[in-house]
Ligand binder design. Structure first.
Ligand SMILES: [Mg+2]
Length: 107
């Protein structure tokens, strides 16, 4: 699935099951919630916290929740994420081409 196909799939899902897009500010709040849920699961898998019974524990599901809201926000703000990601990577490459390679902490 391409990024564009993912944007279309989320658009179709929202129109079929969600009735309409939530307000952009609601989706921004939801993105924050979902990032928090992802942080919680990652902290329990890789950090010092332990799982409680019944806690969600799938990193992939929480990442997908985050991605869903990002795709929805892109759709409703008219952003083509394929092009946006390409431009963003180009910007990073031009701005900091050697930054990470010269970081002794990464060696
Ligand atoms: Mg979630």
């Amino acid at each position: 699935m391409t990024v564009n196909e993912a944007q279309q799939l989320v658009d179709q899902w929202i129109k079929k099951h969600g009735v309409r897009y939530f307000h952009e500010l609601s989706n921004l709040a939801m993105l924050t919630e979902e990032v928090g849920e992802l942080a919680r699961v990652i902290n329990r898998h890789y950090g010092d916290q332990s799982f409680k019974e019944g806690d969600p524990n799938e990193v992939e599901d929480e990442l997908a929740d985050v991605l869903f809201v990002v795709l929805a926000l892109a759709n409703q703000t008219g952003v083509d994420l394929t092009g946006a990601l390409e431009k963003n990577l180009e910007k990073k490459s031009q701005r900091d081409p050697q930054r990470h390679q010269n970081n002794p902490k990464l060696k």
